[in-house]
Design a protein around this ligand. Structure first.
Ligand SMILES: [Zn+2]
Length: 193
C-alpha cells in the first residue's frame, strides 16, 4: 500500500469514528457558564466537565444545561448561556450586575424589559408609582393616573405575553441604554466602594 493511500484510509477511519461518537446535545465542547473557558464533553454521556467547576449535564428534553453541584440551570441563545432563575434574588442580582457593568462602560440604562415568564417571580420586588398620564397618551383624552413599576429606580415592563418569540423563553431581560452616567447612581441599594 502506498503511503498516500494509508493516510487516506486513516482519514476516513477518523471521520467515521468521530461521526459515530455520541456527544451531548450542545456538541463536542461548550463554554463553561461560570468561567467561560472551553470545556469538553465526555463521550457517551450527556455531561461536560470543567476542571474548575465540575460536571454539567445536558438535558436533551428541556435543552437545558444543569450544573450538578449547584443545580443551576442554563439555556443557550445565540451562543450565550442564560441562567434560568427560580428565585427573585437570582434575577434581581443579574440585573444589578448588568447595570454595574454598563456603568463601567460609560452607559446608563433608561428602561428594563423582563421576560414575561418571570412576572410572578419579580412582582413583589417592584416599586409601584402612580403617574399622571398626559391627556394625549390616554384614549379618553383626559388626565388619568396610571401605575408604573420600577426596579433600581428604572421603569420596568415585561415582554409581551403574546410574544411567542423563542428568545423570550430563554433570555431573562433587556436593558435600553444610552451613553452617560446614571441619573441616580448608585441604583437604589447598590453599594460601590
Ligand atoms: Zn468553569
Amino acid at each position: 500500500m502506498h503511503i498516500s493511500q494509508a493516510i487516506q484510509l486513516t482519514c476516513i477511519d477518523k471521520t467515521a469514528m468521530e461521526s459515530s461518537l455520541h456527544y451531548p446535545i450542545f456538541g463536542a465542547d461548550i463554554i463553561c457558564p461560570h468561567c467561560r473557558q472551553t470545556i469538553q464533553a465526555l463521550t457517551l454521556t450527556d455531561s461536560y466537565l470543567c476542571d474548575r467547576h465540575g460536571a454539567f449535564e445536558a438535558n436533551p428534553d428541556t435543552e437545558e444545561l444543569v450544573h450538578l453541584q449547584s443545580k443551576r440551570h442554563w439555556k443557550r441563545w445565540e451562543d450565550k448561556w442564560y441562567r434560568q432563575h427560580t428565585h427573585p434574588d437570582g434575577i434581581r442580582f443579574e440585573i444589578h450586575e448588568a447595570l454595574d457593568r454598563l456603568y463601567t462602560e460609560g452607559y446608563r440604562a433608561t428602561k428594563i424589559t423582563i421576560a414575561h415568564r418571570y412576572q410572578a417571580l419579580v412582582n413583589r420586588s417592584l416599586e409601584l408609582k402612580s403617574m399622571l398620564m398626559h391627556p394625549s397618551e390616554n384614549p379618553d383624552g383626559d388626565a388619568k393616573k396610571s401605575t408604573v413599576a420600577y426596579l433600581y429606580g428604572l421603569p420596568v415592563s415585561f415582554s409581551d405575553i403574546g410574544d411567542r418569540q423563542p428568545k423570550w423563553q430563554i433570555v431573562n431581560f433587556e436593558l435600553e441604554t444610552e451613553p452617560g452616567v446614571p441619573r441616580r447612581y448608585p441604583y437604589h441599594y447598590l453599594v460601590r466602594e
